[in-house]
Every structure is written in structure tokens, then in C-alpha cells.
Design a protein around this ligand. Structure first.
Ligand SMILES: Nc1ncnc2c1ncn2[C@@H]1O[C@H](COP(=O)(O)OP(=O)(O)O)[C@@H](O)[C@H]1O
Ligand SMILES: [Mg+2]
Length: 392
């Protein structure tokens, strides 16, 4: 099957290409708490208000599947199927009209219908044609999110911070998702050979060369993202603290020492650690072990030892810097789950103003609609509840 490419857009780009990505239509079917809903909006920010459990986060999560990975809740895609007592879970689907610098696209994703004995797959369609996979979405759409679960991002393990940086890196370099996936595949395959104890050295050489090639691309993309983030980080004027960030890790140090020969150096290092990896049962060296160091610039303190409020403010600061840094192409859609509720009034105003200044379509959720009153006509507001979404 032919993969859809952005060039196949059926809808021509408007005379002045938008500076920000936006959804103008969203429809969900059999998606978690939703049987089926359709929502139309314009490129302005969107407010979703409703009680706890109303289905607000489900909507944001649905949008997050329009990018590679495991969505905003970080779960396998099969979990998004609507469950009903006494019924088999039905196949979920999310469809949207996406606006961006290359025009409008009809995009859709969901789970393949379950036929006997077949492992379900995540399908992606762009302009009604099957795409090669979720990575293809990075060519036409960019989305970043902030959720309450990320409040512990600086405290928990490095994996969350890597994912956070990778999502930002995808916005700068659409090929980053593919590089990560290819690296992961080669790493898994090499480890399987080592574990099985039938590692033909030439076969291992080949896989390590793959790992080194994609791994070096990953490091380059991540370093580029860190650099762009740092230069987009504003002085502390907006109520959100400036952060100082750096990419840390053994492979990263090796790369920085001599980027031109990093590929060979990484492959050689992997070849040397075959025995160690076999004994450990995991791959001890590589960009999958990197970490993102974040410091609060004014306090000169690492993020992990800042107060909970300061950590939240740092995260918002990073998301806003990423959106600003990507504005050269187009500002990403921002999914800000329960963000406003945790800010005092001054900071809430600062966030609303920053979103307005960016021209970002930010999707914001909260239990209290009045919290978003200052957005006034700058946002479109919806009430969420009882499996429906109604304009406010
Ligand atoms: N797979 C599923 N099938 C059916 N309902 C689900 C599924 N997953 C979550 N839900 C329901 O969705 C609701 C939570 O929605 P959520 O979007 O998290 O609410 P909130 O408005 O608080 O963000 C809960 O009532 C939960 O039971
Ligand atoms: Mg929620």
C-alpha cells in the first residue's frame, strides 16, 4: 500500500499559511467514555470544563494519538477501547481535520478491527490513505502536552524526561520519531541475539551499526532541541522561571567529544560491551539511557529539589519555550490538562497571555469555567459531561 505524504494534500494551502497547528474538527468513536462524538471548532484556544470524571482528559488523550508514541497517558493503544460491562471492547477511532503550514489534512488513527488470532495494530490514515505508521503524523502535525501526571517528571526516573524531550525534538525534526523507533528495534534484536547466546558476530556488527547510526541521529536531534529550547527560554518576566537544561549521558559525552566520528565510536563501544550486556540482560550503553538535567536558573538549584509549585512553573516555562522555538515552522497544539487550577491568578493571566502571544491552539481543561473568564472571546468554550461535549 502506498503511504500518504503531505504532498498528497487534497485541500490546497491557504494563501497565508497558518503560523500555528490547529484542529478544526475532532470525532471520537468507541473511545473510552465516548460512544461517538463530533466537535467543531476554530483555531483559537479551546476550554473544556466539566466535573471530575466527565471525560475531559479523554478528549486530550484522543488528540495526543495524532502523534507517535503511547499518547498522553503513556499506555498501550488497546487500552483506549471503550469498555462496557458485558460487552466486548469495540475498536476505537479518532479522526480530525488538522490545519498547519502545509494546508489542511484529514487525519485518523485507531485500532485495527480484531479478527481471530490477529494482534491489534494502530492504524493511521492521512487524507483517507493508509500511512506507513504513526511516525508519518509528525510531517503534518505537532502537539505537546502537560498533565497532572507530569508533576513528578523531575523526581521520577529519566525515562519520563527523555520522552518529554523526544516529543519536543519531533517538533523540530519530524524524522526523530522514526530514528527512535529504528534504534529501539535494533537494540531489541541485538539483545535477543545476545540472550539466546547465538550472536553471530557479523550479525551483531550489523545491528550495532544500525544502533549507532540511529542512536547518533537521536543524540543530534536531542542536542539540537536542547539548544533551541535554551535560546527560546525567556528571561523571567512572565511569572514562569527560566530553566537551564542539558542532555547528560555516556553516549552523549562520546558524541560531544567528536560528533563527526560518533557513529563509529558508538558502534565500537557497543561491540566491546557484548559480554556485559549479555550478563546484565539489558543494554547498558546508548541514548536510551540519557537524562535531561533541568535547573531553576534564578535559584541555581536542580529542578528535583525545587518546590512542587516551582517544578510546575518550570514545566510550563519549558513547554512555552518549546512552542516559541517551534514557531518558525508552526506553533504546536498544546494540551494543558488541569494546568490553570494550579496557578494563582497572576500566573494564570500570564499563561493566558503567553498562549495568546504565541497564537497557539491550547486545549485547556478545568472543573470551573469561571477560571477561564479572562480568556473571554480569545477562547471557545465547551461543557463536557454525560458522554457529550456542548458549546458553552
Ligand atoms: N476504556 C474505557 N471505557 C469506558 N470508560 C472509560 C474507559 N477509560 C476511562 N473511562 C471512563 O472515563 C472517565 C474518566 O474520564 P476523564 O477524561 O479522565 O475525566 P476528567 O473529566 O476528570 O478528565 C471515567 O468515568 C472512566 O471510568
Ligand atoms: Mg482529567
Amino acid at each position: 500500500m502506498q503511504a500518504a505524504r503531505p504532498m498528497d494534500a487534497q485541500i490546497p494551502a491557504p494563501a497565508s499559511a497558518p503560523r500555528a497547528y490547529a484542529l478544526t474538527r475532532l470525532s471520537l468513536s468507541n473511545y473510552r467514555s465516548y460512544v461517538g462524538i463530533a466537535l467543531e471548532c476554530d483555531a483559537r484556544p479551546v476550554v473544556l470544563a466539566g466535573e471530575n470524571g466527565a471525560g475531559k482528559t479523554n478528549v486530550l488523550e484522543a488528540i495526543s494519538w495524532l502523534s507517535p508514541g503511547r499518547g498522553l497517558r503513556g499506555v498501550p493503544f488497546v487500552e483506549a477501547c471503550r469498555e462496557e460491562p458485558g460487552a466486548a471492547p469495540a475498536a476505537w477511532a479518532v479522526a480530525a481535520t488538522l490545519l498547519g503550514p502545509d494546508g489542511a489534512f484529514e487525519a485518523g488513527t485507531g485500532i485495527s478491527a480484531n479478527s481471530e488470532g490477529e494482534t491489534p495494530r494502530r492504524l493511521v490514515r492521512i487524507n483517507h490513505a493508509p500511512a506507513s505508521g504513526p511516525s508519518a503524523l509528525t510531517e503534518i502535525f505537532s502537539v505537546l502536552w502537560l498533565t497532572p501526571a507530569m508533576d513528578r517528571l523531575f523526581i521520577e526516573g529519566a525515562s519520563g524526561r527523555r520522552k518529554f524531550l523526544d516529543r519536543i525534538a519531533m517538533g523540530f525534526e519530524p524524522g526523530h520519531a522514526q530514528a527512535c523507533a529504528a534504534y529501539e528495534r535494533a537494540t531489541r534484536e541485538r539483545l535477543r541475539l545476545l540472550r539466546d547466546g547465538r550472536g553471530d558476530p557479523r550479525w551483531l556488527d550489523g545491528l550495532e551499526a544500525e544502533m549507532a547510526r540511529h542512536g547518533a541521529a537521536m543524540i543530534r536531534n536531542r542536542l539540537h532541541a536542547v539548544m533551541r529550547l535554551m535560546s527560546a527560554m525567556e528571561e523571567e518576566t512572565s511569572g514562569f522561571p527560566a530553566a537551564i537544561i542539558a542532555l547528560a549521558g555516556e553516549a552523549e559525552t562520546l558524541f560531544a567529544a567528536d560528533p563527526a566520528s560518533a557513529c563509529e565510536a558508538i558502534a565500537a563501544r557497543l561491540a566491546r560491551s557484548r559480554r556485559l550486556d549479555e550478563a546484565a540482560g539489558r543494554t547498558l550503553f546508548g541514548p536510551h539511557r540519557a537524562d535531561l538535567d533541568v535547573r531553576h536558573a534564578r535559584r541555581n538549584r536542580e529542578a528535583a529539589s525545587c518546590s512542587t509549585g516551582e517544578q510546575k512553573a518550570l514545566l510550563i516555562s519549558l513547554i512555552l519555550a518549546a512552542a516559541r522555538a517551534q514557531s518558525g515552522r508552526a506553533v504546536p497544539v498544546l494540551l494543558l490538562d488541569e494546568v490553570a487550577a494550579h496557578l494563582d491568578e497572576t500566573r494564570r493571566m500570564a499563561l493566558f497571555d503567553a498562549i495568546t502571544a504565541l497564537g497557539a491552539q491550547a486545549w485547556m481543561t478545568g472543573t470551573d469555567m469561571t477560571m477561564f473568564e479572562p480568556m473571554d472571546s480569545r477562547a471557545q468554550k465547551f461543557r463536557v459531561g454525560n458522554g457529550a461535549i456542548i458549546p458553552h
